[in-house]
Design a protein around this ligand. Structure first.
Ligand SMILES: [Zn+2]
Length: 172
């Protein structure tokens, strides 16, 4: 992804908004924004999925493991505004168990790109089914969308929950 081109285009947008790009407070904003998109908010667009180490489930832990309160910060692809909340992952280990912080990393990977909450939930679910080698996985995400808080309807306090589940957790 070309930071330089993003920077140029954002300068044009700022000029069209009649902002003074010679102002020393604003002059580096296009550069900051390009860096923020490429290196932070949308960084997973040009990154491979990180390697995940799993260990053998020697002790036969075969009850649900619930990992919740996972920080979630992503960007709505319709408005390029943040949606912020948390994710909960429940799974029943099969032959191998995953390091707990790796679950946070899976969420983080799919959050760092323009997203919609429904697809984000499905992507995390599908990836975990693959790496945990079990269908007994459930993902729940609850988030507040700044495109609802700050524009359009401008409502505070609305929370959206999405669920993706399979195996023993699938209510169908
Ligand atoms: Zn939106």
């Amino acid at each position: 992804m070309s930071k330089q081109k993003i920077e140029q285009h954002f300068s044009e947008i700022m000029k069209l908004l009649n902002l003074d790009l010679t102002d020393d407070s604003l002059k580096d904003t296009p550069k900051r924004l390009a860096k923020m998109y490429v290196d932070e908010l949308f960084s997973s667009l040009n990154q491979e999925f990180p390697e995940m180490m799993l260990v053998e489930n020697k002790f036969n832990y075969n009850e649900p493991l619930i990992h919740e309160g996972i920080e979630l910060k992503s960007m709505c692809e319709h408005h390029f505004m943040p949606f912020i909340g948390n994710a909960k992952i429940t799974y029943v280990p099969n032959k191998r168990i995953i390091g707990l912080s790796k679950l946070n990393r899976v969420v983080e990977y799919f959050a760092k790109r323009p997203q919609i909450q429904e697809r984000l939930t499905k992507q995390i679910h599908e990836k975990l089914v693959e790496i945990l080698e079990t269908k007994n996985v459930k993902i729940e995400i609850t988030a507040e969308h700044y495109c609802i808080k700050m524009r359009g309807i401008k409502h505070e306090g609305t929370k959206t929950t999405t669920i993706s589940s399979s195996g023993i957790f699938n209510s169908n």
